[in-house]
Design a protein around this ligand. Structure first.
Ligand SMILES: [Zn+2]
Length: 307
């Protein structure tokens, strides 16, 4: 059973400036529903403003909510922040929070949007407005749902916003595997960064992941994993520089779930990046990713959750 968080506001009309397309969030759900796999859709509440303000500069939160983000910040984000976008990002942030709550209950749950890892303290960047990973982490800690959180970021781009927003928090560990030569040009410092060479294939990628993730789970000993499961390491991705195949992405995702669930850890995933002229193909990659993780999660009884 895939527990997936979705909301009608995840879609937004195509922006009048910039190249970002919101179609995939609709197509991902279509792919999931058409798959025939058992799924339960969960509706979410928008992230309350005060939780956004704990991580982001209150003035920036105000600018987003009132759709008055200065033009230079909008340029960094990549699209104008309209009232629809303002509503959307509060919902997508609420979605990652709900996915974490559902993961605590079911072992694994997915948000069908977000993974907005480039968003910084007082501005968005790289198609990201509010950083759902940092906001959810902060709230999980503040509400006592977790004491230690591991953020695994396997999007092809570095999780620079998440790294900088959580740098001062010893209870949050950030792991980022990314194409070294890709955006952002100036990388932030995650707790653990692995810059990958262009063209890395499935086996090369898995070698790195198998080396990095298990010891980290043992040494840092988190009690929940937030997983940015971007599909842009795929060889056909327009903005990726790696050469993973569909099978490679599935191996990656199953490995993350298996390693965490073996240690009784819940995993909540956020959608992350995935770009291409064929939005349907990108949506299919995201859907397959979530379904593979739910399938892997079946191997671990929910009774195993929590030590
Ligand atoms: Zn990306």
């Amino acid at each position: 059973m895939l527990h997936v968080v979705h909301h009608a506001d995840y879609m937004a009309p195509r922006p009048e400036r910039g190249t970002f397309k919101f179609d995939k969030y609709y197509l991902v759900m279509e792919e999931l529903r058409a798959s025939g796999a058992p799924i339960t859709e969960h509706a979410l509440d928008p992230m309350p403003r005060e939780w956004l303000e704990q991580v982001h500069c209150p003035r920036y939160v105000e600018q987003v909510i009132t759709a008055t983000v200065p033009r230079e910040k909008e340029r960094r984000i990549g699209f104008p922040v309209t009232p629809r976008i303002a509503s959307r990002v509060r919902h997508t942030n609420g979605g990652t929070w709900l996915a974490a709550q559902l993961a605590l209950e079911h072992g694994y749950a997915a948000n069908s949007a977000a993974g907005s890892h480039h968003a910084l303290h007082d501005t968005g960047a790289g198609y990201c407005v509010f950083n759902d990973l940092a906001v959810t982490s902060n709230r999980l800690l503040a509400e006592g749902d977790a004491q230690r959180i591991l953020i695994v970021d396997l999007d092809v781009h570095q999780g620079d916003g998440t790294a900088s927003l959580t740098a001062m928090r010893d209870e949050i560990f950030t792991l980022s595997l990314h194409a070294e030569k890709n955006f952002p040009a100036r990388k932030a410092r995650s707790n653990r960064d692995v810059g990958l060479p262009d063209g890395l294939d499935d086996n090369g990628y898995m070698e790195v992941l198998e080396r990095e993730l298990p010891p980290l789970l043992d040494d840092f000993a988190p009690d929940i994993v937030l997983y940015q499961a971007g599909v842009d390491p795929h060889g056909e991705d327009k903005l990726g520089r790696l050469a993973l195949t569909d099978e490679g992405l599935e191996r990656r995702d199953r490995f993350v779930i298996a390693q965490a669930r073996k240690r009784r850890l819940p995993v909540a995933s956020a959608l992350g990046g995935g770009y291409g002229a064929d939005q349907r193909a990108v949506a299919r990659r995201h859907a397959s990713s979530m379904l593979a993780m739910a399938d892997e999660n079946r191997l671990y009884p929910v009774a195993m959750l929590g030590a």
